[in-house]
Design a protein around this ligand. Sequence first.
Ligand code: ZN
Length: 168
Amino acid sequence: MFRQILSCAIDDNEKFLLFIKIIQMLIQNMTVITKNIQIKSKSENDIIDITHQVSKIVKESKIENGAVIVFVVGSTAAITTIEYEPGLQNDFPDMLSRLVPKDIEYAHDNTWHDGNGHSHVRASLIGPSLAIPFIEGHLTLGTWQQIVLVEMDTRPRERKIILQVIGE
Ligand code: ZN
C-alpha cells in the first residue's frame, strides 16, 4: 500500500514528504472518526439523553482508548451531563430561569426580534461541547451520569450533534 501511495508523488521532494507522513502515521497510530447524530427537540427546556448513541458510536469506531468530543451545532442549545431523572429535569431548567430570566430585556431581542436572547445566553453559559474519555471502548461516565442535549430555543428544533472519536 505504501509503495502505491509513494508512486503517486510527482517528484522526489513530494515522495520524501509523503514518506515522512507515513512514518508519522505509523508512530502515532492515532485515528479520528467523525459521525453525527440528528435529534428533534420538542420544546424549550427539553432535555434529551444521548448517552446510548454516543456510546454506540464509540464502540463502532473500534478505537479502544481516547476521548470523544460531543458538539452541538447552533447557539441556542447545550451539551452537558446530568443524572437523567425527572426531578433534575425540572431542577435544571429552574436553575436556568433563576440565573438567566426570560422576562428581562435582551439587546439581542431588540436587534433581531426573535425573542430568544435568554436562549443564547443560557446556551453560552452551559456550553456547546464536552470531551469524554473512554477506556477499552467504554465511556468513563458514572452510573448516574448521562450525556444530554439541552434545548434552550423557544421552539422545537432539529439538532445536529457532531461526534469526534479520537484515540488509538
Ligand atoms: Zn436569536
